[in-house]
Design a protein around this ligand. Structure first.
Ligand code: NAG
Length: 514
């Protein structure tokens, strides 16, 4: 009796499993179908649009995304059908300062994640050749994954955009293991052997990284010992007899060790393995008293340099985090509230490398190195220095979305505007930051107010009172209401004037003072 009962139960169980897997495979099939249809639609598009279209399909139906919602993706597919977007795209292709997704190449990619590195700055444009030793990189790893240990011939700073990780930094004399979470900044000295896991079971782990090469100009590479065929281990390039001697081990045993790994750079790990690796987080093991990095800097816990309802800027440099001192660099997190903008500014000597991690918006920059005809015309001539008399500024502009990046060279007046739908969040790496000044060109606090009345009058050839009125109209500083918000405010005011007599609050106070 008991036996038949349990037999029935097992039968029932088996049937349910069968049913479930059939449903799942149907769903899966549905997804595949959508992906195929989406791809077919791309083929009808113009050539230069196809690449992005295919990638959008992959993101929508293929299951990888960088902080973008369904709605956002719908919007972006829709938008880029329009003529306006085509023009934008043309302009972005000629924009030497802007790195769209196509300006990044996969360094490593598996089913479990990717490491993408920006193209060389000197290849992108002659105007960037002074920054050739720097590169942007985006990293993403799926839940419960492991990145094969490696070292890099570059100085390396990372910012944790999302997720929870564990990182171990290993050298001959010491091992440091740290937990990583959103907002952490960590400098990794060149050549440090490191090992990263995503210890979270649900969230992806994402970094926005910045590299400075130290040997071959503009180039850096990963050196992987613990590998095999994929990723390839550098041990495999030594000759058999040398390895045999070095390890004092028979050759076939050595061949087996360096021949097994075929899964790639970012691989799945079990929960137990992750736990074991993460167990020592925030410990450092030192054989001798060596230099310890002191671990990551918690940027989001620092008080902001500028903050109001239109945005927030938090920054760290060598004064707070001494690991940035010798690099003479800073790391900034900027969050522009939707509809807001950053007041136009320039940096006196620091150049800035901006990586967009969330939201949408655009930037505008005045550039004296490019003339109108050159920008439209042939790329070969584009940045040739034609030192004509006087100066002309070309407006450089690009639409910003996650996984794009741009460069703001020192001295260039720039502004960044968030879309009306989402806050725009960026990680900004600054170089040459010692004694740098950030000068704002509009807003209540701006550098123009430091200039004498007479100089303003002579400079603009307009009466000083008029100049001062305009430079004092803006009551906010650093972060301001953006173009659309500002228009809405003006419309509201005008409406007020059309209706009941509208007295601004300030003049009521003036009146009361008498
Ligand atoms: C960005 O700013 C918005 C609005 O001020 C805020 O709600 C959000 O939490 C901020 N995000 C971060 C990561 O600081």
């Amino acid at each position: 009796m008991m036996k038949t009962k349990s037999f029935h139960f097992i039968l029932f169980l088996l049937l349910s499993i069968l049913l479930l897997s059939a449903t799942l495979s149907l769903c899966h099939h549905d997804h595949d179908h959508n992906l195929r249809q989406c791809r077919e639609r791309c083929e009808e598009k113009q050539k230069y649009q196809q690449k992005r279209c295919l990638r959008d399909c992959q993101e929508k139906y293929g299951g990888t995304g960088w902080e973008s919602t369904e709605e956002e993706r719908e919007r972006s597919t829709h938008e880029y059908n329009s003529r306006w977007e085509e023009e934008q795209q043309e302009q972005q292709q000629n924009n030497p300062y802007f790195f769209d997704e196509d300006s990044f190449n996969d360094r490593f990619r598996t089913q479990e994640g990717y490491i993408r590195v920006s193209q060389r700055f000197s290849k992108k444009s002659k105007l960037l050749q002074g920054f050739d030793n720097y590169r942007f990189s985006f990293f993403e790893a799926n839940p419960h994954t492991f990145v094969v240990p490696n070292h890099i011939d570059a100085e390396y700073i990372l910012y944790v955009v999302k997720g929870k990780g564990t990182i171990s930094l290993v050298n001959q004399e010491n091992r440091e293991t740290y937990s990583l979470e959103r907002g952490d900044v960590l400098r990794i000295p060149a050549g440090t052997m490191l090992n990263v896991v995503n210890r979270d079971g649900k969230q992806k782990l994402q970094f926005a990284e910045f590299f400075q090469s130290i040997s071959v100009p503009g180039k850096f590479r990963d050196y992987i010992g613990m590998g095999g065929q994929n990723p390839e281990s550098y041990f495999n390039s030594f000759s058999g007899e040398v390895l045999q001697a070095a390890f004092n081990t028979p050759r076939d045993q050595i061949q087996r060790l360096f021949g097994q790994q075929k899964k790639g750079m970012i691989i799945k790990a079990s929960e137990e393995q992750i736990k074991a690796i993460s167990k020592h987080a925030s410990e450092s093991h030192q054989k001798r008293k060596g230099k310890s990095s002191g671990g990551p800097f918690k940027l989001l816990q620092k008080s902001p340099v500028h903050s109001n309802k239109y945005g927030k800027l938090i920054q760290v440099d060598g004064n707070d985090y001494n690991q940035l001192q010798d690099l003479d660099m800073s790391v900034t997190f900027t969050n522009i509230t939707k509809g807001g903008m950053m007041a136009p500014f320039y940096n006196t000597k620091s150049s800035r490398f901006v990586m967009v991690v969330k939201g949408q918006g655009y930037f505008e920059m005045a550039c004296p190195h490019i003339s109108k005809t050159q920008q439209r015309g042939q790329r070969t001539q584009e940045q040739e220095e034609t030192e004509q008399e006087g100066v002309h500024y070309q407006r450089i502009s690009a639409q910003l979305r996650p996984r794009t990046a741009f460069v703001i060279p020192a001295g260039h007046p720039t502004t960044i505007i968030a879309s009306n739908n989402e806050n725009l969040q960026m990680v900004v790496y600054g170089i040459n930051v010692r004694d740098n000044q950030k000068n704002f060109l509009a807003g209540k606090e701006n550098v123009m107010n430091q200039i004498s009345r007479e100089a303003k009058e002579l400079g603009f050839n307009v009466e000083a009172t008029e100049v001062e009125e305009i430079f004092n109209n803006q009551k906010e500083s650093f972060f301001l209401p953006g173009p659309q918000q500002q228009q809405q405010q003006q419309q509201k005011q005008q409406k007020g004037e059309d209706g009941v007599h509208h007295v601004p609050l300030s003049s009521i106070y003036d009146f009361a003072a008498f």
